[in-house]
Design a protein around this ligand. Structure first.
Ligand SMILES: [Fe+2]
Ligand SMILES: [Fe+2]
Length: 280
């Protein structure tokens, strides 16, 4: 498959999650390292997603395919809602537990502002599609291993799973825009190589900084558990290696990994909720 499935739906859902009033400081398995791994991701999402939206918007006027135009509007709607929900989460984590979410966000904002200033629009979009591939393959891991968030379904887990579902639905939108307006292979893979290093280094730095601020650097058991989680069981970083490398193929398209079956049940559940809300 070299293009998006013809019957693909990308619905924009307003979730308005209600988070519990109080959550443990180390909400993920009581482990400071793992908790800050997820906190670090959440801290960068809102500004990162605003960047994705803007880099796609730069080309919105040039699009002619009505289907792609529709998907772009849905992509923008989904990403805007992700930012909103993660911002609410980030605020709570910062207020209750002092995690420096807004400081990380401010730093990310500054870096993205420099990219907006220094990079061509084509290269900015190439960064977006690289990160969209990253989020899509991470999302795929989360959906393939639902037990990872199972204990947290009633709290923050739901938000991460919903985000993973929508990242899957819209995973090819920015990519399709890039193919239509540029399609340059060298720019695409160079952006991926650079983005991989930058993204990985930053996420590990954010996690380690937050752990250090909590005085937990000496928690070696937690550290070992985090390494085991990422690389061994469930091992998302190891398992996503092949999906990651596929990006470097000349004829790559995100829907060559057709994982719609993984979101089917969730999507039905959201749809039923929507219908109930509409009927009420
Ligand atoms: Fe998103
Ligand atoms: Fe996305």
């Amino acid at each position: 498959m070299t293009r998006s499935p013809a019957d693909l739906r990308i619905p924009v859902r307003r979730m308005d999650f209600e988070f519990p009033a109080q959550l443990p400081k180390y909400w993920y398995r009581g482990n400071p390292w793992l908790t800050h791994f997820f906190n670090g991701m959440s801290a960068v999402f809102p500004d990162g997603e605003r960047f994705f939206i803007d880099t796609v918007r730069n080309y919105q006027d040039q699009l002619t395919d009505p289907e792609l135009k529709k998907h772009v509007r849905a992509f923008i709607g989904q990403e805007a809602n992700h930012g909103k929900e993660h911002e609410a989460f980030n605020e709570q984590i910062e207020q209750q537990h002092g995690a420096p979410m807004s400081r990380i966000a401010k730093y990310v904002k500054g870096r993205l502002a420099r990219m907006r200033r220094d990079l061509s629009k084509e290269r900015q979009l190439a960064v977006t599609i690289a990160l969209e591939h990253f989020t899509a393959i991470l999302a795929n891991q989360l959906l393939e291993n639902p037990e990872v968030m199972a204990d947290l379904e009633a709290t923050y887990g739901d938000m991460f799973v919903w985000h993973a579902v929508e990242e899957t639905e819209h995973k090819a939108v920015a990519y399709d825009v890039y193919q239509q307006v540029s399609g340059d292979y060298a720019t695409r893979v160079r952006a991926m190589a650079i983005t991989t290093v930058m993204f990985t280094v930053h996420q590990f730095a954010f996690m380690t900084w937050m752990v250090a601020r909590d005085g937990k650097l000496g928690d070696l058991k937690g550290f070992a558990e985090m390494v085991r989680f990422l690389l061994v069981e469930p091992g998302p970083m190891r398992k996503m290696a092949r999906d990651y490398l596929d990006y470097y193929k000349r004829d790559f398209h995100p829907w060559q990994h057709d994982n719609r079956a993984l979101i089917g049940e969730r999507v039905e559940e959201y749809r039923r909720k929507e219908l109930r809300a509409a009927a009420a």
